[in-house]
Design a protein around this ligand. Structure first.
Ligand SMILES: [Zn+2]
Length: 694
């Protein structure tokens, strides 16, 4: 049936007729978008895979398309996505379906009028050209004004192509079907009339429950992302795929991605400075260049950063899943809603890790990530997070999500130290009715692992909880190598029960238990210069007495929150064991950096969510201060690791043995801190780890 000829401009009266007309020709109520696409859609030459569309190639797309079908009651379909998962083709299929079997007034919104016209001339025109059913229904553009870059007419309906930057285009006509492509790029205010997406969605009001809105978009900045907001309001479906080994279903997560880079062993001769790559297991006794005798510590392993292989580690059985398994896994996958509920929009999240074999590979995801990490501006990391993970990017010091962190918890047990964690520090927060303590492990690049989080109940004005804390700080923690680690430095917040804290620290200075006080001011260094607290009645400082170390908490929180965003094992990454209580993650993420205006000046300050407890964040701050105190920035990790593995014992024992073997090299680790207490210079601290310094 031919479309009625229209006068200039479209009249809503005609559109209502058009709607009645559409219902009169009654689309095949049983036909779904995926069935239509499989039967009719042909991908043009420009497509990654030209030829007939096959939903089987992207099995996760079936449920999304079917929610857009006439027989489905869903009004709004949200797809938050990474690249190369066919998000746009799903929309194209839907448009083809509308034109061919479910006609009605439709609008496709692109971020700008120009991108709208361009995609109309390329994407839509090519689809119509390549798909016979569509070509038969939309007249040839060259001969007919009913087919232009901004308007396509077809029997029973029209398709308007609008730009989100033009209020006039968005307000042109009521529509039953609305396709909002790349929603996150829409302006928040268009021509002074409000957000573009809201203007567009108002067009669908007259259609009530019969409307359909499809929103596919790559997300952008956390907190400002429209697609994330839409996804969070939806029933939040994620695609679970079975492990080929243990069959357990899981969402493909970046935290389970594993890769190997090429490592080389090198001899760095201390005598002549020549660096020679060692092939095979060779360990020469002398330098090949100057013939000087070689100390084994001069042989170092270096990571070249060249990606050799990439695989996925099953979150359940830890089995190795190679990329060729992906096709079968996705075929057997299914969507599971995290927040199901009647009347909610259907929300789908897909990262590029689901991209079909041959489109975007896991190797490409890893390589892009490694590239992004080298970009000091953070811009590439943002792009990577948005386009590969299909997740929003939290800008520095923005609030991380407690659920994200919890989901990232790894397969090491609480109370144990993974292989790369080589040094333990602790921190203690003092409340009226309890002490909270955390033990953290540190490794190369300040990568860290939470080892233990402990709440010791009891009135902190009495000695009961303090005695238990004393025992706790004496514990040793099993290291994955089979050896044991002890806490080498502990920071205790002296902001409350100050005298109790001083008394506790006073008797433990030899174990590097020290008092700290937070300073909430921008720009403070994380660990400042200490001031002596123990003075005689004559006002002179008592040697070996208690010192109070100032901690720049604002600076530390910004660094910690920036690090919580790092999802890839390596420098700065913070790891959490399985089994931590939800309160821990809530407390860790309880604050955010807020800008307040005071007499016209912007001031940034950290604020706590109302009613939230933030002890876990304070503990992280002080544990980091303790690591800085212990000299984490100057540790020679290779030496430390070698000593640990060699002796398979307590690091302190190992250090003492190493000292006996090479006397006079450095002070013993057990050496009391008293000797340096009177000279509280930054270089004076951390002497006890001299053994492992660079
Ligand atoms: Zn498995």
């Amino acid at each position: 049936m031919p479309a009625p000829k229209l006068p200039e401009g479209l009249k809503s009266a005609w559109l209502l007729d058009c709607e009645a007309f559409a219902e009169a020709i009654a689309p095949d109520a049983e036909l779904t978008v995926s069935q239509w696409a499989d039967a009719n859609r042909v991908l043009g030459e420009l497509s990654a895979e030209p030829g007939p569309w096959r939903t089987d190639r992207v099995p996760y797309a079936r449920e999304i398309m079917d929610a857009l079908s006439a027989s489905d009651l869903t009004q709004e379909v949200v797809l938050m996505k990474g690249t190369q998962v066919a998000g746009t083709e799903i929309g194209n299929n839907w448009i083809g379906y509308i034109v061919d079997v479910a006609p009605g007034p439709a609008m496709m919104v692109m971020p700008t009028s120009n991108t709208g016209k361009r995609s109309s001339r390329t994407r839509l025109a090519k689809m119509i050209e390549a798909t016979p059913n569509l070509k038969a229904k939309i007249s040839d553009a060259s001969r007919d004004k009913s087919n232009t870059a901004s308007l396509k007419e077809f029997p029973g309906g029209i398709l308007v192509i609008a730009g989100a930057n033009s209020a006039a285009e968005l307000k042109s006509t009521p529509v039953r079907y609305l396709f909002e492509d790349e929603l996150d790029e829409y302006p928040d205010d268009v021509d002074g009339q409000g957000p573009a997406d809201e203007l567009a969605e108002k067009r669908t009001d007259t259609y009530g429950f019969r409307r359909k809105i499809y929103k596919p978009s790559t997300p952008t900045i956390r907190g400002r992302s429209k697609i994330e907001a839409a996804y969070n309001r939806s029933d939040r479906r994620r695609y679970y795929v079975p492990c080929p080994h243990c069959r357990q279903e899981q969402v493909l997560a970046w935290g389970q991605m594993r890769f190997e880079t090429r490592r080389v062993r090198e001899l760095r001769c201390a005598a002549c400075g020549v660096i020679a790559e060692l092939v095979g297991g060779a360990t020469p006794d002398i330098c090949t260049s100057c013939k000087a005798k070689v100390d084994p510590v001069q042989i170092l392993e270096r990571d070249t950063g060249e990606v050799l292989e990439v695989w996925y580690e099953c979150g359940h059985c830890t089995g190795r899943i190679d990329e060729h398994h992906k096709t079968a896994m996705i075929e057997r996958g299914r969507w599971i809603a995290e927040a199901p509920g009647p009347g909610k929009p259907a929300g789908f999240h897909l990262s590029a890790l689901y991209s079909p074999l041959g489109w975007f590979s896991w190797t490409a995801a890893v390589k892009k990530r490694l590239e992004a990490e080298k970009d000091p501006t953070g811009e590439l990391l943002k792009v990577w997070t948005n386009t590969v993970l299909g997740e929003t990017y939290a800008e520095a010091s923005e609030q991380p999500s407690d659920l994200d962190l919890k989901n990232r918890a790894e397969g090491y047990r609480i109370g144990t130290v993974p292989m790369a964690g080589l040094m333990l520090t602790a921190s203690v927060d003092v409340q009226a009715d309890r002490l909270e303590a955390e033990v953290g492990a540190w490794g190369r690049g300040e990568e860290s692992w939470l080892v233990q989080y402990e709440v010791i109940h009891g009135d902190t004005e009495t000695s009961v909880p303090w005695d238990r804390l004393s025992e706790f700080l004496e514990l040793t923690f099993p290291h994955e190598s089979g050896s044991k680690l002890r806490i080498i430095a502990t920071a205790i917040d002296a902001g409350f029960r100050t005298q109790m804290v001083y008394d506790f620290c006073r008797h433990r200075t030899h174990r590097h238990v020290f008092a700290v006080k937070g300073q909430a001011r921008a720009g403070k260094s994380i660990l400042g210069r200490p001031t002596p607290q123990d003075v005689t009645h004559k006002g002179t400082t008592i040697k070996g007495g208690v010192q109070l170390w100032p901690v720049g908490v604002d600076t530390a929180k910004a660094r910690i929150y920036a690090r919580l965003k790092i999802t890839m094992t390596g420098p700065g990454c913070m790891h959490f064991p399985l089994g931590l209580p939800d309160e821990y993650y809530k407390g860790l993420t309880a604050e955010r950096l807020v800008t307040r205006y005071h007499k016209g000046y912007a001031r940034m300050s950290w604020e706590k969510d109302a009613g939230a407890r933030n002890e876990p964040l304070d503990l992280k701050v002080y544990a980091y201060a303790a690591a800085l105190y212990a000299g984490i920035t100057r540790v020679n990790w290779d030496k430390l690791e070698a000593t640990l593995k060699l002796t398979g014992a307590d690091l302190f024992v190992a250090a003492a043995q190493a000292e006996e073997a090479k006397p006079g090299d450095a002070p013993l680790p057990e050496k009391p801190a008293a000797a340096r207490a009177t000279q509280p210079t930054p270089s004076g601290r951390g002497n006890f780890i001299n053994r492992w310094r660079n």
